[in-house]
Design a protein around this ligand. Structure first.
Ligand SMILES: Cc1ncc(COP(=O)(O)O)c(C=O)c1O
Length: 411
């Protein structure tokens, strides 16, 4: 067998045999994967529908237009660009399109649950080519919107870019929109993590409060690896040229030809997200996360903010005197896949932070629910205990049980 196929098969087996609790991962449908693996990847289509730099784009024009139409309807927005290669290029394009170098931006810091592209200093595009002001949370991990307003008034950023990767509470978009308006800034809402929950109606939409919305398409939205940039009514009102600026920033500003195969995968994911089943999926993701959180707290673990309102939680391991690496590695030994994560005011280094992040989007796609969450919580608690006692004799037994559960829920 050839090496590539061998590696693909190995990864498929790994995904089948383990429990994925990484909140940014999911399992795309076969139809989404077929679209991404289709002949659409062979075509160059620089430009936009009906204004391409290459011939032979009749099909791609129809595909891109349909995808835009579907996204506009699903998110209630006025304009959509479906060409960004992924979430980071999408956010970079928005900054590049709406700002000049060295303009000031403001965002939630990475260590408080934001993303690198929201102005993380020095090492990222957003933190190097723009002046960046970052805000955090209080000691309990909760955003103090009064403090955000104060900082915005002091610093007068031109743009607020706000979204979450590890913040377990629902953001107050209305308040953030008011803060942006107060200082005359754009509000860019990055809903990458929660787009599927927004569509399902279980997470607040920023559509009436933000000027621009960005999202990846491969997390709770369950599509291919890709992204979209959306302009709201409010955005058009603030700046009638905003859509043009964003489109120009994506192409030719930052990218060349769009990945048409990805666009087809996005369209397929949006069609799936329109269904009643997807609404139930979103509700189940949040319900399962809350079950998991309750069990873990009941078992003595500490959660940042004390709980969760969405698809993820962050466990603070400092009271256990354990590190995120130690626990995530021990969990991997039994087939439970999570990622290590910083906690508020973490003094530990980013590569070995004091927490782990846990989410239910992928396991919910596999069909798991309350019963499985309770079992998984008990395994997590046992693994934490085993690591604390430096006694791993129980791990082999847990690994076997994890394997049996995985078999019952094929990908
Ligand atoms: C909120 C948020 N924005 C942007 C991104 C970047 O997306 P990508 O990894 O596709 O570049 C992520 C990815 O984790 C994210 O969580």
């Amino acid at each position: 067998m050839d090496k590539v196929q061998e590696l693909i098969d190995q990864e498929k087996q790994r995904q089948q045999d383990t429990l994925c609790l990484i909140p940014s991962e999911n399992y795309a449908s076969n139809k989404v994967m077929d679209a991404v693996g289709s002949v659409l990847m062979n075509k160059y289509s620089e430009g936009y529908s009906s204004k391409r730099y290459y011939q032979g784009n009749g099909v791609v024009d129809e595909l891109e237009s349909l995808t835009i139409k579907k996204a506009k309807k699903l998110f209630g927005v006025e304009h959509v660009n479906v060409q960004p290669y992924s979430g980071s290029p999408a956010n970079s394009a928005v900054l590049f399109g709406l700002l000049e170098p060295n303009d000031k931006i403001m965002g939630l810091s990475l260590s408080s649950g934001g993303h690198l592209t929201h102005g993380h200093p020095n090492i990222t595009f957003s933190g190097k080519f723009f002046k960046s002001v970052q805000f955090g949370t209080d000691d309990g991990g909760v955003i103090d919107y009064g403090e955000v307003e104060k900082l915005a008034k002091e610093e007068k950023p031109k743009l607020l870019i706000i979204g979450t990767t590890a913040y377990p509470l629902i953001l107050d978009w209305k308040r953030l929109g008011e803060i942006a308006d107060l200082v005359g800034a754009y509000l860019v809402a990055d809903i990458s993590h929660v787009a599927g929950l927004v569509v399902a109606g279980v997470y607040e939409t920023p559509v009436n409060d933000a000027h621009v919305i960005t999202t990846t398409t491969h997390k709770t939205l369950r599509g291919p690896r890709g992204a979209m940039i959306m302009v709201t009514k409010k955005g058009l009102k603030k700046d009638p040229e905003i859509s043009k600026k964003i489109d120009r920033a994506v192409f030719p500003g930052m990218q060349g030809g769009p990945h048409n195969n990805t666009t087809a995968g996005i369209l397929q994911a949006l069609i799936e997200a329109e269904s009643e089943d997807f609404k139930k999926y979103g509700q189940q993701v949040v319900f399962s996360e809350k079950v998991l959180a309750k069990e873990l707290v009941g078992g003595g673990l500490t959660l940042v903010t004390g709980g969760t309102q969405c698809h993820l939680m962050v466990i603070d391991l400092r009271p256990q005197k354990l590190s995120g690496s130690t626990v995530s590695e021990a969990l991997e030994e039994v087939g439970i896949i999570v990622n290590k994560n910083a906690v508020p005011n973490d003094s530990a280094p980013p590569f070995n932070p004091s927490g782990i992040r846990i989410g239910t989007p992928a396991l919910t796609t596999r069909g798991m629910g309350e019963i499985e969450m309770k079992k998984i919580a008990s395994w997590i608690l046992q693994v934490v205990e085993a690591v604390k006692l430096r006694d791993k004799t129980e791990l082999t037994k847990i690994k076997k049980e994890v394997g049996e559960m995985c078999k019952k829920f094929p990908l």
